[in-house]
Design a protein. Sequence first.
Length: 238
Amino acid sequence: MAKPFCVSHRAKGFGEIENSMAALMAASQFGASAIEYDLHHTKDNKTIVYHDEVFKRLIKGGACPKGLNVNEVTLKEIDEKCLLENGEKVPTFAEALKNLSSFDSTQFVELKDTITDEDFETIKKYYFDRPEKVLIISFKASALAKVDKKRLEDPFFKKIKTVLLKKYGYFGDFSKFDGVDLKYVHKSKVKRLKAQGKLVGVYTKDSKRKIKKYLKKGVDFITTNNTQLCQEIIDNLK
């Protein structure tokens, strides 16, 4: 049976701002088994690594159009007028994957809105030789459905798993997805889902008690803001 693994939530826990290039690199250099980060699309349909729908938190710059939705701001405006609070530019998806592809961590790419043809091309460009190292996750089944459609056009994407994010795992039809990432789930449900061949994870468990609790339930992975603690617990499993 495969050993469970930890997913670094927004690459946090290494002293860097979430979803920043510094955080992504810190998590990669630590050797995180997997790194989760969020994608949003700008007004001109470019893809940035940023969590919130509203472009404001963790952002600085006097001329930066803070307070607008990400899809109301162009990438050019972001590049020229905005910085993250650590002084870095907001990374694009392509910039992130280019750097992350030098490491062995699995990529948990969370779609906050949708996925574009350019995103598919970016994934294929940097992970053409190891598509199994990319998982596409989302709370939006409609976004994951676009991955299913892409699989019909390009068999490469059949090797990339889709994972539905959902708060409660007690009910629901998960048959269309390769896995689920849940906030709460019973041990019996974990067992049933795994028997169906699903990858089963939970988010966001940060304390020793909760990490151990869900490992005992048999989950495949735990998304956490405390990757180092999570990894220590898993390393000590018998």
